[in-house]
Ligand binder design. Structure first.
Ligand code: NI
Length: 393
């Protein structure tokens, strides 16, 4: 079922495979930007390169005096050694498109083809190819470069191996979690391993802290509200017979609700301080705030749903099955202007067990056509709404 012309589909597959073969890490997407620019150039679409590093911003004209519809793709890859065995596998050692951003970029280029064939778009369309999503910092950098100036609505999406190819997942409410990191320095007192009474053992204090932090989600947060506290790093010590005087814990907290997010962070602080005090240790806590939760407002989800139905038909538009606790820096755009974020089914039979960010991740390329058709449809539906609003104000 080609939902875009076969010739376009073949072209998209070729572009995706080229991007996949030459993946680039966050903030290093120079070659990728070159491929994007060349493609846009072939369509005679006006575009700027080197926006916030290697970002690319393209403008497709539409009705005048109407704010533009923004469509966003991310372009970066991950520091993973690819093990898919695909014929177009990464030639860059230790770098891989393991999150499908090669697909996201290609979908948007497909939408560029479809939209550039339209006459009289109801609103201008801006395509933004954003670097460094994996670092969570690319979106903010693009916003600072003014990519939302004159913009009315924004749409984005992600491949998702939990759903069959040919489907689009549209849900109201939270679709991605917030992501904040914390680090805790524990300052105790080092001593000989044989004389613990002369120490304040930072390893013991840290261990108690890690276990106590696990009670935040299990005992303090409403179980109906998804949340995560994970300690990913615990560094301490130098020798078997030396009690460590210092230790460092680093972890991440995830939440879908802004109030839960605040509660998690304040509980981490309270528990860490209390455990340290209990054992006579000192601590320094630092919190690095990351992306906010990504929440689809109902009226915007309904625009996305109409576009999805236009692209794949009503039976192939699905609700989100379970909460997603991953982060997505698209949420920064939604802090500035309204929009919605969807997921594109892309399960490959036999590869269901290889999630995004795994060395064997792959996606069904039918999703490229689905994404292109969806983005073109949502640009027109959202554009009509913006044109109507512009006419009545
Ligand atoms: Ni991703």
């Amino acid at each position: 079922m080609p939902i875009v012309p076969q010739g376009l589909y073949d072209r998209l597959v070729a572009v995706r495979r080229e991007l996949h073969r030459y993946p680039e890490l966050s903030w290093q997407e120079a070659r990728t930007a070159g491929v994007i620019a060349k493609f846009l150039h072939s369509l005679d679409i006006q575009h700027r390169t080197n926006v916030a590093g290697h970002g690319v911003v393209a403008e497709i004209p539409g009705a005048s005096k109407v704010p533009c519809v923004v469509l966003r793709a991310d372009t970066d890859a991950l520091p993973i050694q690819e093990e898919t065995g695909l014929e177009f596998a990464s030639v860059h050692n230790g770098i891989m498109h393991a999150c499908g951003h090669d697909g996201h970029t290609t979908m948007l280029l497909g939408a560029a083809v479809l939209l550039s064939q339209e006459k009289d778009l109801p609103a201008p369309v801006r395509l933004i190819f954003q670097p460094a999503e994996e670092k969570g910092t690319g979106a903010m950098a693009m916003i600072k470069e003014g990519v939302l100036n004159g913009a009315g609505l924004i749409f984005g999406g992600h491949l998702d191996r939990h759903y069959h190819p040919g489907t689009i997942v549209v849900s109201e409410g939270p679709v991605n979690a917030s992501s904040d990191n914390f680090s805790i320095e524990i300052i105790g007192q080092g001593a000989h391993g044989a004389r613990p009474h002369e120490s304040i053992d930072a390893v013991v204090v840290g261990s108690l802290m890690i276990m106590a932090l696990q009670t935040i989600v299990s005992r303090e947060i409403d179980p109906a509200r998804p949340s995560v506290v994970s300690v990913g790093q615990f560094h301490a010590g130098t020798a078997p017979n030396v009690i460590a005087g210092q230790a460092r814990l680093e972890g991440t907290v995830r939440a879908q609700d802004p109030s839960v997010r605040q509660q998690l962070l304040s509980s981490v602080r309270r528990i860490a301080e209390s455990i340290a005090q209990l054992h006579g240790a000192k601590i320094h806590i630092a919190v690095t705030e990351g992306t906010p939760p990504l929440i689809n407002q109902p009226d915007l989800a309904s625009i996305a749903r109409r576009a999805a139905i236009e692209a794949v038909g009503e039976t192939n538009v699905l609700p989100l099955k379970t909460a997603n606790m991953g982060a997505e820096d698209f949420s920064y755009y939604l802090e500035k202007i309204p929009g919605a974020y969807v997921r594109f089914g892309s399960q490959v039979p036999g590869r269901e067990g290889y999630p995004a960010h795994s060395s064997k991740f792959d996606f069904d390329e039918e999703a490229l056509a689905v994404g292109a058709a969806y983005y073109a449809a949502v640009a027109k539906i959202a554009g009509r709404q913006l044109r109507q609003q512009a006419a009545t104000t």
